[in-house]
Write a protein that binds this ligand. Structure first.
Ligand code: DX5
Ligand code: ZN
Length: 224
């Protein structure tokens, strides 16, 4: 497969005291998207950031903002995230009893509509919404924290989702999130992923943001 693979820099791993700068560094370093992890302490056991951070990121970059909602009852907050500047909003299938309605609402707000799947959640749960999904995020860790180990058991499901996407004939982005680094990036791309979400492999005190993004691209054979 020769489609372009983008890096979505996940600001969960960034230095929160220098967020604007870090977002700019990601853009200058070659990231294609800025990934923003919203956690509520209920759907996942951690609290992170909300629409105010999306607004702050919007003022720091022209890259699309990829908002990942790890929250219960996301429908109440969709408009806030859209108004704050989200380009795409992804909700978890496990948190959406009325997933079809949630996707419709995201689209009606003018954003790309995404669904995320936890490691245990089968691809088949998306079969009846493939015609309306714009983004699928495969979680390759249990959501809630950065810096966890990649779970290779999600790769067969990732391949299955790529096949389901091809069957629609639509341009749906297949993203993978969690434990993506220079060791795991290539298998993800081989499984059909075209957006690699990376936190600690991009924002890491051991190297610059630019070097992190370059290394990830190098690991998948992208020389840009
Ligand atoms: C985890 C988040 C991820 C996280 C990834 O629940 O959804 O986006 O930032 O962090 P790394 O790349 O460090 O595993
Ligand atoms: Zn995420």
């Amino acid at each position: 497969m020769t489609q372009e693979v983008k890096i979505a820099a996940s600001i969960l791993a960034a230095d929160f005291a220098r967020m604007g700068e870090q977002v700019k560094e990601a853009e200058q370093g070659g990231a294609g998207l800025i990934h923003i992890d919203v956690m509520d302490g209920r759907f996942v056991p951690n609290l992170t950031m909300g629409a105010l951070m999306v607004d702050a990121a919007r003022r720091s970059t022209s890259l699309p903002l990829d908002v990942h909602l790890m929250i219960v009852e996301p429908d109440h907050l969709l408009a806030d995230f859209a108004n704050a500047g989200a380009a795409r909003i992804t909700a978890h299938v496990e948190a959406c009893p009325n997933l079809h309605r949630t996707l419709q609402a995201i689209k009606a707000l003018g954003c790309a509509a995404g669904v995320a799947l936890n490691p245990h959640t089968p691809a088949s749960l998306l079969s009846e919404v493939m015609h309306m999904v714009d983004v699928i995020i495969v979680m390759s860790v249990n959501p809630g924290f950065g810096g966890q180990h990649f779970l290779p058991e999600v790769l067969p499901k990732t391949r299955q989702l790529r096949q389901m996407i091809s069957d629609t004939g639509r341009a749906i982005d297949l993203e993978i999130d969690g434990g993506v680094n220079v060791e795991t990036a290539a298998v993800c791309v081989q499984a059909g992923v075209n957006v690699l979400i990376a936190g600690s492999a991009v924002f890491n005190p051991k190297f610059t943001v630019e070097a992190g993004i370059k290394s990830l691209k190098g690991a998948i054979g992208d020389k840009t």
